[in-house]
Write a protein that binds this ligand. Structure first.
Ligand code: NAD
Length: 359
């Protein structure tokens, strides 16, 4: 019996709808397995701007720091698109990542058997399935590096800096090698070491860390080649590790080939396995408040929370099995709907998953 404190950030758009369904699933897990989850809801994103004037109030960071894990829906929406960059809802995400030291982003891209028809790749290419774990560095590189503007002979110029320190690379490398050890014992490092100095250091550190993992088969791809290989033969990849920016792009590509953005969870971890868990999709303002959003990505994010932060493997599996069972029964939200299946809304999908959770 254990008690876990979870900070919840429903955020904007479909965020509140999908987080509500996920909380119910976690409560069912608590009942079945004898755990208590205490939820504290806090503000971030557009709703926080409306209520407090800023996207990430200090109180939100404080509550997250005092919790065992964070569950986030999504932030952002058309209403706030007119605001300058540093005042926009999405700033809350960068702020949370850096305030909580969340440097390791885990993004699994899994093709569920029941959803094979939703995959945009040819059937023979995905015959062996897709199960890739992308490990993306999340608090360094170009998204956090020096930037600026200056006048030049060719007019106004702007720059962003890609910089990685040895320790930043080492810790994400360790996360990736450990992940590979728990999975298929294969790790693909993705960089641009043929051109970028930062990538050359990145690769040197990966090779150094590899000495501690002789049981893991390591290979390397340049990012441009990786972008091709992931659609040419996705089944041949297990764990991939890469920088913040390359990982941003590659993980979106990997998720797209699994068929639905509404299915994919993510985890962002610090050095102590404290984590923020969220679906990879955004706030979907086009369907917000209409009971149309697929809650599965968020529900599977909660399963990752149970696995990676709380070490509750059986409980995590119980959620994953429930999702598989519901998909196999032919129930679908709009984003994964196909002919002959039964269309349901957010609440109904949440309820069906909850009912399918078994000890
Ligand atoms: P989006 O992921 O919100 O939506 C893209 C498309 O996918 C839309 O058609 C949407 O209806 C659909 N979709 C997304 N999630 C779905 C779900 N669970 N079920 C069914 N359909 C779903 O991306 P976008 O439209 O580019 O961005 C919308 C807003 O979200 C923007 O303000 C953006 O900045 C923000 N955003 C936030 C996050 C985050 O909070 N982590 C991530 C990406 C985008």
């Amino acid at each position: 019996m254990a008690n876990y404190k979870i900070a919840t950030i429903p955020g904007d758009g479909i965020g509140p709808e999908i987080v509500a369904e996920t909380i119910k699933v976690l409560e069912k897990i608590g009942e079945l397995f004898g755990h208590t989850f205490t939820f504290t809801e806090v503000l971030a994103g557009g709703i926080a701007i409306d209520k407090t004037g800023e996207p990430l109030p200090a109180e939100t960071v404080e509550v997250c720091k005092n919790s065992d894990a964070v569950l986030l829906g999504a932030v952002g929406g058309w209403k706030w698109d007119v605001l300058p960059g540093d005042k926009r809802p999405e700033r809350a995400l960068l702020g949370l990542r850096s305030a909580l030291g969340l440097y390791a982003n885990l993004r699994p891209a899994v093709l569920h058997d029941a959803l094979k028809e939703a995959c945009p790749l040819r059937a023979d290419i995905v015959a062996g399935g897709i199960d890739i774990m992308i490990v993306r560095e999340l608090t360094g590189g170009m998204y956090f590096g020096d930037r600026g503007r200056r006048d030049t002979e060719l007019g106004l110029a702007a720059w962003d800096t890609e910089m990685y320190a040895t320790e930043e690379v080492r810790r994400i490398a360790i996360t990736a090698f450990e992940m590979a050890r728990k999975r298929g014992k294969k790790l693909t490092n993705v960089d641009k070491a043929n051109v970028l100095e930062s990538s050359r250091l990145w690769r040197e550190v990966i090779l150094e860390v590899a000495k501690d993992y002789p049981d893991i088969a390591l290979d390397h791809l340049y990012i441009d080649n990786a972008a091709m290989q992931i659609i040419r033969d996705p089944g041949s990849y297990d764990v991939m590790v890469t920088t913040n920016m390359f990982g941003d792009i590659l993980s979106d590509e990997a998720s797209q080939i699994t068929g639905s953005i509404g299915m994919l969870p993510s985890a962002s971890l610090n050095k102590d396995n404290f984590g923020m868990y969220e679906p990879i999709h955004g706030s979907a303002p086009d369907i917000a408040g209409q009971d149309k959003a697929n809650p599965i990505a968020t529900i599977l994010s909660a399963a990752m929370m149970l696995q990676y932060t709380f070490g509750l493997e059986k409980e995590a599996k119980a959620i994953e099995n429930a999702v598989t069972k519901v998909l196999n029964s032919g129930v679908r939200t709009g984003d994964i709907m196909s002919e002959g299946k039964r269309l349901v809304g957010t609440k109904e999908m949440g309820k069906l998953v909850l009912e399918a959770v078994k000890k």
